[in-house]
Design a protein around this ligand. Structure first.
Ligand code: MRU
Length: 370
């Protein structure tokens, strides 16, 4: 997507030295656009764990390049112990998004059987680029499928703007490009289908306020920032035509883990007959599990994310302020699980399906149990 007229992805190899991988430091947005260089496995692990990069798709692509960096640093005589250790380090950074283990696993499988470290490095770089390109292409296709849904709602409203509520950031910043939940929104906006987005601020990290609002403004998409507690009220007022969110892990039976607070939006949508859609690339399905509540690991993050708010002072300095008594006990779960029964549909790169095993497998027959 474009930033100030310049085409950006969220991760890319440095043009002068492809051993260096560049990212946008999302902790600094929307106030500063800062690029960071990643060179070592520790750099990649820090970037994922400390949320320089975040969002399921981008975490996966970053981990794929992290394995490439491991092949560069691994001793030529016996590279595998180093690469396996790097894989374990990367996988441990964030537990919920399935794309992370998926991308690392895909790298390890593809690298088996390479006889020389030189060929390992070439294969790993090429696969990391493929994973990044595929991620962008998956999202582009999600946009095509979701566009038809938004067009139909707009048609039913006589051409009035479609009001979409979204939570967290499932935009291009959460992937390599386009985004999942935002891809249909961008596609509709470009196709002349009028849309307006209610942007949940998304406490505590404020992905909505900091990232989604910035992205939508950059593309000229009409939007309004709302507090996390406003969605139910807006739905009762008839001001939301659909909820459209992303997901970090989706089970083969259609349960969805996404940013904490998503479940409450799904409950409110259910109570108000508002359609609740989840957009995801194929790489976010976890085919091994069915029961999301019992089987999806939920990340717990530092209580400082709750205690402090980070932002820009009136003087233009980035700073953080304490918003509660200094030693207040906290509990900071990063994600929650929305059961399939509350989900109207899943929009993937393969099309739109109901959030139930049989319909998911209709579009993914290769995952049918043999
Ligand atoms: O903690 P984050 O910012 O990585 O969480 C991101 C989300 O919850 C997104 O909604 C999710 O990754 C789906 S879009 C990739």
């Amino acid at each position: 997507m474009k930033v100030n007229g310049v085409d950006y992805r969220t991760i890319w190899p440095d043009s002068a030295d492809p051993r260096v991988i560049r990212i946008i430091d999302q902790r600094r947005l929307p106030h500063r656009l800062v690029e960071v260089e990643l060179r070592t496995v520790a750099d990649f692990a820090r970037a994922i764990g400390e949320m320089y990069v975040r969002g399921a798709g981008l975490i996966g692509a970053t981990a794929a390049f992290g394995i490439y960096s491991a092949t560069l640093a691994a001793p030529a005589s016996d590279p595998w112990p180093f690469i396996r250790q790097a894989a374990a380090t990367l996988i441990a950074t964030r537990p919920t998004a399935s794309n992370l283990a998926w991308a690392v696993g895909r790298q390890l499988k593809a690298l088996e059987g390479h006889a020389t470290v030189h060929s390992l490095r070439q294969a790993s770089f090429s696969l990391a680029c493929t994973i990044a390109d595929e991620d962008a292409e998956f999202c582009r296709r999600i946009g095509e499928h979701g566009l038809e849904l938004l067009r139909e709602i707009s048609r039913r409203k006589g051409g009035a703007p479609v009001n979409i509520l979204t939570h967290c950031n499932a935009g291009w910043l959460a992937f390599v490009d386009y985004g999942s939940a935002t891809a249909p929104i961008y596609a509709a906006h470009r196709a002349g289908v009028p849309v307006h987005v209610w942007v949940d601020e998304t406490r505590p990290w404020l992905q909505g306020a900091r990232l989604t609002a910035w992205e939508l403004a950059g593309e000229g998409v009409p939007h309004t920032l709302i507090s996390d507690n406003s969605g139910g009220h807006l739905m009762q007022q008839g001001a939301v035509d659909l909820v459209l969110v992303g997901t970090d892990r989706t089970t083969r039976c259609g349960d969805v883990a996404n940013k904490i607070g998503t479940y409450l939006k799904a409950l409110a949508a259910h109570d108000n007959n508002v359609p609740f859609y989840v957009a995801l690339p194929s790489s976010t399905f976890d085919w091994q599990i069915c029961d999301g509540l019992r089987q999806i690991p939920i990340e717990e993050r530092s209580g400082d994310e709750l205690r402090y708010v980070h932002g820009l002072t009136d003087g233009g300095q980035e700073d953080r302020v304490l918003i509660c008594p200094a030693n207040t006990p906290t509990l900071n779960h990063g994600f929650d699980v929305t059961p399939a029964r509350l989900i109207t549909g899943l929009i993937s790169d393969r099309g739109i399906m109901r959030a139930e095993e049989a319909d998911i497998l209709r579009l993914y027959p290769e995952h049918k149990p043999r």
